[in-house]
Design a protein around this ligand. Structure first.
Ligand SMILES: Cc1cc2nc3c(=O)[nH]c(=O)nc-3n(C[C@H](O)[C@H](O)[C@H](O)COP(=O)(O)OP(=O)(O)OC[C@H]3O[C@@H](n4cnc5c(N)ncnc54)[C@H](O)[C@@H]3O)c2cc1C
Length: 580
């Protein structure tokens, strides 16, 4: 059995090891949990369905009325992940994600308002809060009496979060905070802020510290509601901290450990954004299929044309596979796995990009109507564009996914070097470790490990399982090869790093989908699962082509030419050519 404290499916995979029991069986909710979720999602439908026209008006006006936020509070939507002991609903990650899916099916702005509160705004309190802090704030956060916001970004610190300048200076019985946080979702309605500030060296080694700041504290103020491309009704604002006295007991986690706190919050909250993305895709598939059935050109409904079927077929595959991945990550968190950051990052990148493709293609199916504000498509496109930028941009997450894996392999290589030294001093002592490493390494180099197989899958999906095993061996070899080629310089080799990340994304989506389809076959039989098997087949075939291309281009590519073209453009700061 996998050790839940240390095992990460993807990190093991990069060393050629398939930890099957982590992903199989596909995670499922209990019958009781399912019944509760049915009640919740039904009630959400009743609450939000009549509001479709309001959501459209609020987007144009760029505001969400206070009485609607009060309705969300009354419903309990701000208490979804807060334990029942603190007056919340106590949903686990899978159930939370499924609930946000339902909200996201109606309106992305409402989903983000609830998500910013639960996934990131007060998640630090859940993960790192003391009992006293929890008692003090969680009940009000559960009822919506307090709404939470996550305050990390600053004008000079977005992706490079460690560059924040907001300062926290320790004085007698409090910390004095000064700084300005940018683009804070819920800023205009929040009165509970998880704020990250730089502490002076003597107070926490000059690193980042997380604080609970409340709206009542003197010196806290917010700027105007930003005029945004999408999610326009959410009050996104700056949050200003001017000589704010924060009590010593409001530190979240340990002083100086704020960066870890921020990363853990973002990792843990990713199933919320994933759930919202799936809700968006389900809505778009409904809209696009109705539109395609109704619209006739050349005497036939456009749903009869191959080019439209191709788009809708892909939407279905994107939605099913995203749901597999996001549910899988929720399941890992609920099962108590500690090392799920890489898998969570993959789920965020994958689901947000599937939603983006789906929204774009649904708008295309609607033709000119799709461009009109009267129809919902353009708003959905505007609303979902931010998903690829916030909560870790998809570029930064791709680097994180691949570099984490390469770091693990590099540690193995260092271990080997260290072991070799020991072996010369005392050969008998080193032998076990060395032969173990040797076996593992032989597997990396030759792909002949043998132990890493997917076992007991239904024969209907065996070809896809076989492909997964083969590509896993190539992945382990490629990780090893890239690392040997670039060594420490890998940090600057983003083309190679991105290729590795793309392969890892395809493999995790494939593994999660295999698990989901296997589960469906076991539960309903191969006949009933035939459409799901088709989804798996098409995804696998296309993923194989992508992976082959990515493997090939690691060594044979135009990276240097592309870089030269970009550098040339950066130098000129314009396009150089013209036809006149
Ligand atoms: C609507 C909205 C809501 C937001 N809500 C919140 C919130 O509630 N709380 C909060 O703290 N923040 C929030 N943010 C901020 C958001 O998290 C940041 O915008 C995001 O982290 C990206 O930072 P940046 O905008 O400074 O872009 P930059 O960091 O300047 O990046 C610009 C581009 O360069 C890429 N890039 C950067 N560094 C690298 C690199 N090393 N290698 C390759 N590519 C790189 C990025 O991927 C991006 O494409 C919000 C932003 C928006 C627009």
């Amino acid at each position: 059995m996998a050790d839940k404290d240390t095992t990460s499916f993807m990190r093991s995979l990069c060393m050629g090891q398939i930890e099957q029991d982590v992903l199989f069986p596909f995670p499922a909710l209990s019958a009781d949990q399912k019944a509760t979720l049915h009640e919740i999602t039904g009630a959400i439908d009743d609450l939000l369905s009549p509001r479709a026209e309001d959501f459209r008006r609020w987007d144009v006006a760029g505001e969400m009325p206070a009485d609607f936020i009060e309705e969300l509070s009354q419903f309990g939507l701000f208490g979804l992940v807060i334990p029942e002991a603190y007056e919340g609903m106590g949903l686990g990650s899978m159930a939370y994600s499924r609930t946000l899916q339902e909200v996201g099916r109606h309106d992305a702005t409402v989903a983000v308002t609830i998500g910013a509160h639960s996934s990131i705004g007060m998640r630090g309190l859940l993960l790192f809060g003391t009992e006293e802090q929890k008692q003090r704030y969680l009940p009000d956060l559960a009822t919506g009496e307090r709404i939470a916001a996550f305050c990390l970004t600053e004008a000079g610190a977005g992706s490079d979060a460690a560059a924040i300048k907001t300062s926290a200076v320790k004085q007698d019985d409090h910390w004095l905070l000064n700084g300005s946080k940018l683009w804070i979702t819920n800023g205009g309605i929040a009165n509970f802020f998880t704020v990250f500030a730089r502490t002076a060296p003597e107070d926490g080694r000059g690193k980042m510290t997380a604080f609970i700041v409340t709206g009542e504290m003197e010196g806290v103020s917010v700027g105007p509601h930003e005029d945004k491309m999408g999610l326009r009704a959410n009050p996104t604002t700056t949050v200003l901290l001017d000589d704010v006295k924060v009590p010593l007991e409001n530190v979240l986690g340990e002083p100086g450990k704020g960066f870890k706190v921020a990363m853990k919050i973002l990792n843990s909250g990713r199933t919320g954004l994933g759930g919202g993305s799936i809700g968006g895709m389900k809505r778009l598939i409904g809209l696009a299929t109705r539109q395609a059935n109704e619209r006739k050109t050349f005497g036939e409904p456009i749903s009869s044309y191959g080019l439209i079927k191709e788009k809708v077929g892909r939407m279905v595959i994107d939605c099913y596979t995203s749901e597999a991945v996001v549910t899988m990550v929720g399941g890992l968190i609920d099962a108590g796995y500690e090392e799920y950051a890489v898998e969570a990052a993959i789920s965020k990148v994958y689901a947000t990009e599937c939603l983006w493709r789906t929204a774009d293609e649904a708008l295309q199916i609607a033709g000119g109507n799709g461009f009109m504000r009267e129809y919902p498509y353009e708003r959905i496109v505007r609303d979902c564009r931010i998903n690829r930028i916030f909560e870790g941009s998809n570029e930064i997450l791709r680097l994180f996914i691949a570099l984490t894996a390469m770091n693990d392999v590099a540690c193995q290589l260092r271990e080997l070097a260290a072991t070799m030294k020991g072996v010369f001093n005392d050969p008998s002592k080193g032998f076990g470790v060395l032969s173990d490493y040797g076996r593992k390494h032989a597997r990396l180099r030759t792909g002949l490990g043998g132990a890493s197989k997917l076992e007991n899958l239904h024969e209907a999906i065996q070809p896809q399982a076989d492909l997964f095993e083969t590509e896993t061996r190539y992945l382990a070899q490629a990780t090893d090869r890239i690392l040997r080629k670039h060594g420490k310089n890998i940090i600057g080799k983003q083309f190679a790093t991105k290729r590795l990340a793309e392969i890892m994304i395809d493999l995790f989506v494939l593994a999660s989908t295999l698990s989901r389809v296997q589960n469906s076959i076991e539960a309903n039989g191969v006949e009933a699962a035939s459409r799901e098997i088709d989804i798996l087949r098409v995804f696998t075939r296309e993923a194989r082509v992508r992976m082959k291309q990515n493997f090939r281009r690691i060594d044979n590519n135009d990276d240097e030419l592309l870089k030269a073209l970009a550098d040339d453009a950066f130098e000129a700061e314009r396009y150089r050519w013209d036809t006149i």
